[in-house]
Unconditional design. Structure first.
Length: 417
């Protein structure tokens, strides 16, 4: 199996490290004491706190940075943003020129990785947290397993590597070994996209587990063990403040994103070219407030669909960008059931779209641009993947390898008109 990603860090580093240090401190200093108050006065959390999160795998005796993320905590506006950085991200590494990001750790450890990411993003990184994923199953077992509704059967066998995964679909409690297989599985058509989706599901399950009364009662025992699996320069008083800050934060104030950009071949090497401007905006912009109207729309997919469908006028197009036979027709059928007029189906210029895009002409009229934005909302396509394309004449869905996720979303809106 390959790498695990940032969501394991969020579930374990922020909760286990922070709560673990906090618990240890509270066993030494009574909550509410003057000593605690003094520590807060001396090192009060303000502004932005940026934490570099690194997941390390042991591969044949060597360490490699398989998960890299930046966690931005905004104290004043009360939100947390997590930006996952692909291993293939093209960056300039001091003394080594332009390289893939994960080479930085191999060349110079956490210090070189720290400076490389700080220079690339143009932001200070105040702390780092390192976790070894060999410890992941132990932490899950300390929690007593985690309840997850597995969306589909996950099955993969690598006889040469002695690996066999067979996780049935449906609600079940995952122990440490099975949980690791669940969050790292990538051997299906969706590859990394499907893995990220499963990791998000697992994170929610862990957060629910942490809040159960039975878990809270065992928290001292759990965190005493869990904190052995992490390396961090975050001090105890700082950890206490972070925990107090994060514990009551609404989940809508936590958001997750992968470094925006595009794939490219340079000198025969595959890279991910990051869009720093979009990444910077993401890390510093508060999430939109969850209004009552939005909450109602989120709970009623048909109501949410109505608001988007009203903005789509005229015809749209669908292009197959993943090479899966029949996928454009499947999209067309769902859209037409929603009353959207599909002008034509066809193939994109290539079949290596990892993510579904929404394209519109380079100089679109107002309605075509509105169609593109509404299609993006309907399909759940992020704003950075809704963009102009001189090869199209309509608002166009270019179907990527995440087609399964998009189709499942569209099925929620299925209705008779």
């Amino acid at each position: 199996m390959k790498r695990a990603r940032l969501l394991i860090f969020i579930a374990l580093c922020v909760l286990s490290v922070g709560l673990g240090i906090a618990w240890r401190m509270h066993t030494l200093i009574a909550p509410g004491s003057r000593e605690i108050e003094k520590s807060f006065e001396h090192d009060k959390l303000t502004g932005n706190i940026n934490i570099l999160a690194v997941g390390i795998d042991d591969v044949q005796g060597s360490h490699r940075s398989d998960t890299i993320a930046v966690v931005a905590i905004n104290i004043e506006d009360r939100f947390v943003k997590v930006l996952s950085l692909p291993r293939d991200l093209r960056v300039q590494i001091e003394g080594h020129g332009w390289q893939k990001l994960n080479h930085a750790y191999a060349y110079g450890g956490i210090d070189l990785l720290h400076s490389t990411i700080g220079n690339f993003l143009g932001i200070p990184l105040h702390y780092h947290v390192i976790v070894n994923y060999q410890s992941f199953p132990k932490v899950v077992d300390l929690l007593g397993g985690v309840s997850v509704d597995v969306p589909k059967r996950l099955r993969y066998t690598d006889r040469a590597g002695g690996l066999h995964i067979d996780i049935p679909a449906g609600p079940q409690v995952l122990d440490g070994k099975t949980a690791l297989e669940f969050v790292r599985f990538r051997h299906d058509a969706l590859a990394d996209i499907g893995r990220i989706q499963r990791q998000q599901l697992f994170l929610k399950a862990v957060l629910n587990k942490i809040r159960e009364p039975e878990t809270i009662a065992r928290l001292p025992e759990i965190v005493e063990e869990a904190t052995r699996f992490f390396q961090t320069e975050i001090q105890a008083t700082q950890a206490i403040q972070m925990v107090n800050y994060l514990k009551d934060l609404d989940r809508s104030r936590f958001t997750f994103e992968t470094m925006p950009g595009k794939a490219a071949m340079i000198d025969g090497i595959s890279y991910w070219l990051g869009d720093i401007a979009i990444a910077s905006q993401y890390l510093t912009t508060p999430p939109e407030p969850a209004s009552a109207d939005k909450a109602e729309s989120a709970s009623d997919p048909l109501l949410a669909a109505d608001s988007m469908l009203e903005r789509i006028k005229g015809q749209v197009a669908i292009l197959n960008g993943c090479g899966i036979k029949g996928v454009s027709q499947a999209f067309s059928e769902h859209l037409q059931r929603l009353g959207i007029d599909v002008a034509f189906l066809g193939n994109a210029k290539h079949f290596d779209y990892r993510y579904t895009n929404i394209a519109y002409p380079e100089n679109p009229d107002t309605q075509t641009l509105a169609n593109a934005k509404a299609l993006g909302e309907l399909c759940g396509v992020p704003g950075n993947l809704i963009r102009p394309n001189r090869g199209v004449t309509h608002a166009t869905i270019i179907v990527g390898k995440d087609y399964d996720i998009i189709l499942n979303r569209l099925k929620k809106y299925k209705r008779d008109l």
